[in-house]
Ligand binder design. Sequence first.
Ligand code: IPM
Ligand code: MN
Length: 354
Amino acid sequence: MKKYDIAVIPGDGIGPEVIAQGLKVLDAVSSKYGFQLSFHPYDLGGEQYKRTGEALPEKVFESIKGCHAIYLGAIGHPEVPPGVLEKGILLRLRFELDQYINLRPVKLYPGVEIPLKDKGPEDIDFAVIRENTEGLYAGAGGYLRRGTRHEVAIQESINTRMGVERCVRFAFEFCMRRNQRKKLTLCGKTNVLTYAFDLWERTFKEIAQAYPDIETDYAHVDALCMWMIKNPESFDVIVTDNMFGDIITDLAAILQGGMGMAAGANIAPEGISMFEPIGGSAPKYAGQNIVNPIAAILAARLMLETLGESASARVIEKAVTKVLAEDMKGVAAGQMGYSTSEVGDLIVEFIEKS
Ligand code: IPM
Ligand code: MN
């Protein structure tokens, strides 16, 4: 029997509640589909940091590196200054484990309400491939004369040929496998960021030569935001840099019903990948059992898909589709007609019966 060690980091805010539902679902599919998941919980996040002053202790990191994948809830705490936990835990895991792809599927399931009045599930089904280790996130820059009236703050976007190339190549490969549409859009800002996105565009065009079956397209990030709302059906796969990918996937989350529906995979094609709902810790909802766990459950689905357990990933997808269409009244916190844990139960029930 195949056995996977999964590092589980429930983290802050609503993280633990939604991850608990994902773990229930993972238990249900693993016993049904004959593989074993062994969960290794790690107490990381704001509370741990406040107690110890350390975001990600070395020993803990070493132990996480022994796992096959990471299942993460959310990182971010109102009493910890912004950036400390994000850089100390989330970005550190992404960077040091070389999870250079952030894959974010954007799919509207039947029965889910969104703010766009004329678009439905047949129009909204695409994926964003976000570069996940470079760009503005690399942390290059610094201050001069900090705190004075002559202060200078510089934050530079780092784009390496190697980093751009491996991301773009992944996007082409992913686009080939995804479905029959085979359309890849590069999202950039070649009209202003003339160095960084020149490198992206040249790399994109060069790699495209090897994929004659894929239709390629380019959009500036601002225009792409407009198209995403106006014509979401025109997208299949979008590839972009770290910062733009961060921004457009929050916009895209709304096309799927909101943050409670959006999942992401931080993929290290040669190493340990990490799977998370992308909605954040939402402290105001924490501990009330009212938030939507579907994003966390879809993150678990992405994990199984990446580990090669496709049959179990498919049954989760079916269960989510059914529960959204037939059971849940809404997808927003407090409006589901069910509690967080009841939604988890409905998904598990479907899996056990199927
Ligand atoms: C995300 C989040 C993170 C990011 C934050 C929490 C650092 O917004 O995963 O999109 O900016 O990447
Ligand atoms: Mn984000």
